[in-house]
Design a protein. Sequence first.
Lengths: 260, 108
Amino acid sequence: MSNNNAQRTVTVRIQRFNPDTDKKPYMQDYQVEMKPGMTVLDALHEIKTHQDGTVTYRRSCRHAICGSCAMHINGRNTLACNTPLKNEVTHKNTVTIGPLPYLPVIKDMVVDRTTFWEEYLRVKPWLIPPDDIPEKEFRMSQDEVKALHDAETCIMCGACYSSCAVIGLNKKYIGPHALLKSFMRVLDPRDSSPAERLEEVSGADGVYRCHTIFNCIDACPKGLNPTQAIETLRKLAQKRQKLEEARRERQKHLNEPIPA
Amino acid sequence: MRTFQMQRYSAIALLVFLTIHMIVVHYPPFHIDFGIILERMESPVWKVIDIAFLFFVLMHALTGAYMVITDFESAFNYRKGLAWAAIVIGVAAFFYGSATIWAFQPPV
């Protein structure tokens, strides 16, 4: 067995906070025996099961698809379930875990995501189809599908939202997660109201509030690029009527075969 | 959106004006010389250039400050008042600065 896989004990430092009993958050250390292939979430399970049942965190799928276990690990937002523990161990043999920043803490790593979901619903992330829906199917070109694909893989974990410095200052900002979804719908040829969407996101608390700090890109566990989406929305917002006309024209041919 | 556009357009204009300013004021053969400055500030063409420079500097600075201040949630609710304050400050500073530039006469 190589040294990398050798079992050793690491110190997991967890930020603890219970608003009912604690005045302010504090750090608590736990010793965990690192096993091969162990993730940060596995370490938390180990602590909760064998050492301290009061440690609280969200988790569900363990396959980086539900987005429940987004946390602040060693100073960056990521998913605990797909972060190998050995990659996070510092030279002091510690791993520091805390809740997502800028969000009210309910307990330990569990945060209140109310504003996150409110802003998400605000951009109407669902498809608004045209009045004359094709009898069989919408036909989209490869390029049109490709343009949406990245945004579709967002798992709504909140890592980008809580890494955004603007969110830290102003919870009324729509946020990178919702703007990424809005971008997806604006570019979707099946959607019938891109101009209305662009009007919503180009308000005082929309795309123009982004400072292009790129924190959202760094944080995204799926490698998505919300900043690029926001930049695209900014550009499209300047010519939304043209986009609306082009969309209406495109939708006249949505049920026709795509030329090769 | 308008604030964002104003800041971007003024940034482009400032690139031009700052380039002229740096070349004319700081780099040889136009090194800092009080006599040359007096001669330049006397010229109506340079007065117009300086007033335009002032206009874009004010526009860029005030829109930038407005956007940074309204990033704060506590100030966000007062953005209309802040916008009017920026307009008043901008107009006052522009007229004061323009009058100073235009009225400049070199000492005989």
